[in-house]
Ligand binder design. Structure first.
Ligand SMILES: Cc1cc2nc3c(=O)[nH]c(=O)nc-3n(C[C@H](O)[C@H](O)[C@H](O)COP(=O)(O)OP(=O)(O)OC[C@H]3O[C@@H](n4cnc5c(N)ncnc54)[C@H](O)[C@@H]3O)c2cc1C
Length: 388
C-alpha cells in the first residue's frame, strides 16, 4: 500500500495482522464462555504480554516495546475486532503505564513497568467515586502523611479489573501545606494491602472483566507509593487522559468492526425472499453507514494517537475527545444494526450479538461520557461558555 500521512506504516499494519491472528485463536466464543462461567482471560492476557504487544508502548529499558500509544491502541482495536475487547488494555499499559513512564522515579519505573508490560503485574486505575461521579474535582479519598509514609482513606466505584490486578493506581488528595486546600495525587496501592477491600458490582456487560466497589480504610503506604510530584498531580493525571480516550476509542472501533463483520456475514447467507437479505437496501444501507462511521472514527483515533506520539498534548486532546465520541457512537449503532440484521437470532446467546449492545453502550459513559466530550468541544473547540 502507498504510504501517506493518512495511512499507517507497514510496521503498524504488520502489528495489526499479528495481533489479529493471535486473538482469532481465542475469539468471541472463548471470551463469552469465560464471561458466562465466571472465568478470566488470563491466557490471552499473558500471551499478548509474552509477544510484547501488551507493553508495546512502554519504554524498552523497562521491559516494553518502546512504541507509542498508536501501537498499543492498534493492539486494543485488533483484539476487540476479534471479539475479545479487553478493558484492562485501556487501564494497565495505557493509563498506568503512561503515567508511571512519564512521571515515576527511576526506582518506580523499574519496580512497576516490567510487570505491566508482560502482564504478570497488571495495574488497575481508580478515580471514580460514588459522590463525585463525573465531577472528579470533588473526590474525597484522602492521603495524610504518617511519619515517612501515607495513610489513605476513601471509596471508589466501578473500578475495572481489581481482582486481576496486583496494584491499583489510586487518585487521592493531599493537603497543600501552604493553602490547606486538597490537591489530587496519585498513589500505587497493592491490592493485598491491609484495609484495601473490594466487592464486585453485578453488571449487564458480557465480559470476564468485572467492575468493583473499592473500600480504602486507613491503608498504610510507604513514602514512595506516591507517583511523581506531590505538587503536579493534576498535570500528571491529565497525562493519562489522552491515552485513555485514544484507547477507549480503539476499544469501540474494534467492537464496532466485530459487530459489523458478524452482520455482513449473516446478511450474505440468510435468505427469506429468495435472495440473501443483504440484497435489501433496508439492511444494506445501515451496514454501509456503519462502515463509513467506523472508518471515520478510526481515522480520527489514528490522528489523535499520531499527535500524542509526536508530543502535542493539546492538539491530541481535541482529537482524542472527538475520536472517543465518534467511536462510541459508531459502536452503539453497529451493535444495534447487527442485532437487527440477525432478526430473532440477534437476541440469542448462540449468535452472541445482543451481548455486544451493553459493551458498546458503556463506551458512551466510560471512561468519560459523551456529554462531557460535548462540553469539552463546546468550550475548547467552539469557545462557548462553560455550562457547569
Ligand atoms: C464498564 C465501566 C468500567 C469503568 N471502569 C472504571 C475504572 O476502571 N476506573 C474508574 O475510575 N472508573 C471507571 N468507570 C467509571 C466511569 O468512568 C464513570 O461511570 C463515568 O465517568 C461517569 O460517572 P458516573 O457513573 O458517576 O455518572 P454521573 O457523573 O452520575 O453522570 C450521570 C449522567 O449525567 C451526565 N452529566 C453529568 N454532569 C454533566 C454535565 N455537566 N453536563 C452534561 N451532562 C452531565 C453524564 O454524562 C452521565 O450521562 C467505569 C464505568 C463503566 C460503566
Amino acid at each position: 500500500m502507498t504510504e501517506t500521512a493518512y495511512t499507517e506504516t507497514d510496521e503498524r499494519r504488520a502489528l495489526r495482522a499479528a495481533v489479529a491472528k493471535l486473538a482469532s485463536g481465542y475469539g468471541r466464543e472463548y471470551f463469552t464462555a469465560q464471561a458466562r462461567s465466571g472465568g478470566k482471560t488470563t491466557e490471552l492476557w499473558l500471551e499478548i504480554g509474552r509477544h510484547g504487544y501488551l507493553g508495546i508502548n512502554i519504554p524498552e529499558e523497562y521491559g516494553g516495546g518502546g512504541g507509542g500509544i498508536g501501537d498499543v491502541a492498534a493492539v486494543c482495536e485488533e483484539l476487540a475486532a476479534q471479539g475479545c475487547p479487553l478493558l484492562m488494555m485501556v487501564v494497565s499499559p495505557a493509563i498506568c503505564g503512561t503515567v508511571i513512564s512519564r512521571f515515576g522515579t527511576e526506582e518506580q519505573k523499574r519496580r512497576w513497568l516490567p510487570g505491566i508490560a508482560d502482564g504478570t503485574r497488571t495495574m488497575a486505575f481508580a478515580i471514580t467515586e460514588p459522590d463525585a461521579g463525573t465531577n472528579s474535582h470533588n473526590i474525597t479519598t484522602t492521603a495524610r502523611r504518617d511519619g515517612d509514609g501515607w495513610v489513605l482513606k476513601g471509596r471508589k466505584i466501578y473500578i475495572s479489573g481489581v481482582d486481576e490486578a496486583a496494584h491499583v493506581l489510586v487518585v487521592a488528595r493531599t493537603e497543600d501545606a501552604k493553602t490547606g486546600k486538597l490537591k489530587p495525587c496519585l498513589f500505587v496501592v497493592p491490592t493485598d494491602a491491609e484495609g484495601f477491600e473490594y466487592t464486585p458490582i453485578p453488571m449487564e456487560i458480557v465480559s470476564p472483566e468485572q467492575q468493583f466497589s473499592v473500600f480504602i480504610d486507613d491503608v498504610r503506604l510507604p513514602a514512595d507509593a506516591l507517583v511523581g510530584d506531590e505538587d503536579a498531580g493534576l498535570v500528571q493525571l491529565f497525562a493519562g487522559l489522552n491515552p485513555e480516550r485514544i484507547m477507549a476509542a480503539s476499544f469501540s472501533t474494534g467492537l464496532a468492526r466485530y459487530a459489523l463483520g458478524k452482520a455482513v456475514a449473516y446478511v450474505k447467507e440468510r435468505e427469506v425472499f429468495g435472495a440473501p437479505i443483504g440484497t435489501h437496501q433496508g439492511l444494506a444501507h445501515p451496514l454501509a453507514q456503519s462502515k463509513i462511521e467506523i472508518e471515520l472514527a478510526r481515522l480520527m483515533t489514528q490522528k489523535a494517537a499520531a499527535l500524542y506520539d509526536a508530543g502535542d498534548d493539546l492538539a491530541s486532546g481535541e482529537a482524542a475527545n472527538m475520536a472517543k465520541y465518534a467511536a462510541a457512537e459508531a459502536a452503539c449503532d453497529a451493535a444495534d444494526r447487527a442485532v437487527q440484521a440477525h432478526g430473532g437470532n440477534g437476541i440469542t446467546q448462540e449468535y452472541g450479538v445482543a451481548g455486544l449492545l451493553v459493551a458498546a453502550r458503556a463506551g458512551r459513559i466510560a471512561p468519560v461520557s459523551r456529554e462531557m466530550i460535548l462540553n469539552y468541544v463546546g468550550m475548547h473547540s467552539l469557545g462557548l461558555p462553560k455550562s457547569y
